[in-house]
Design a protein around this ligand. Sequence first.
Ligand SMILES: [Fe+2]
Ligand SMILES: [Fe+2]
Length: 298
Amino acid sequence: MPDLDEELREKQEAFVRLLGYSVSLRSFRGVLIRIVQLISDPNSSAQDLADVVSTAPAIATRILGVVNSPYYGLTHEVTSLGHAIALMGFEELKKIALSVSIFDTFTSGERVYLAKLWRHSILCGIVSRILGEQLRCSPDEVFAGGLLHDVGKVLLCNFNPKAFRMALFNYQYESSRLSHHEVESRLLGINHAEIGAIAGKGWNLPGLMVEVIHKHHQKYPELPVIQIIQLANALCTNLGFPSVGPDKAVFSSRITEVVDKSLYSVLGLSKEDLELLWTPLDAGIRQAMEFFALFARE
Ligand SMILES: [Fe+2]
Ligand SMILES: [Fe+2]
């Protein structure tokens, strides 16, 4: 098992009982993990990304499919990753590569739940990136963190759909009293933040990424990256794109009524600041929904 801090070490037994060590930790090393490591490394280059992706022809083909879709409206067909980077830029390609590889890595869980989880995750990644750009926090780090924060739910849904469903059904009865991760802890002895962090450690994800996954439900986190992801998570959930449960949106025309004040004031944002952010956020959410449609499979 990976070298874990004390808090996570106590959860190791529950992790192995629910997911098994060999399946969840070993078999998902590979392109996805290398892409996440690359994206979180400020010294990586477009060529590094092209090299990693070209070792997985199925993913490279899907990336070219997305690049050539009407969404990007390119006038010439793009036939190589080098060409795609030249046309779209490294940043856009990072986004596509991470999203495609995530979608193609986890496919064995229940499709309806997985589709919802990835819609929430991609949206959260994109909203986090927009907030990161505005708040001078590395957009790459918050994008990767936003995409991965709920990876523990994805793992549970893939490897133990029975436990995933059990937690979900209990949450539907308890949602007025308990949050989803609290229901998981009571029922399974471990929650998705802990599951994701233990797996992330085993995959050798950067320390910051493991911390984001582990602490994304912690009250009053100190790291601005986690504060941004918590705000993005609440925005996505309350606007009708939760990771689990019914797609209920908070009905309000004012963004400041969609999320709790503590989530944005901790970032030094006033009500007026958040309202000003609504235009780029709204545009980003619309774009993300179109982007998401590129990955949804029939
Ligand atoms: Fe979560
Ligand atoms: Fe979430």
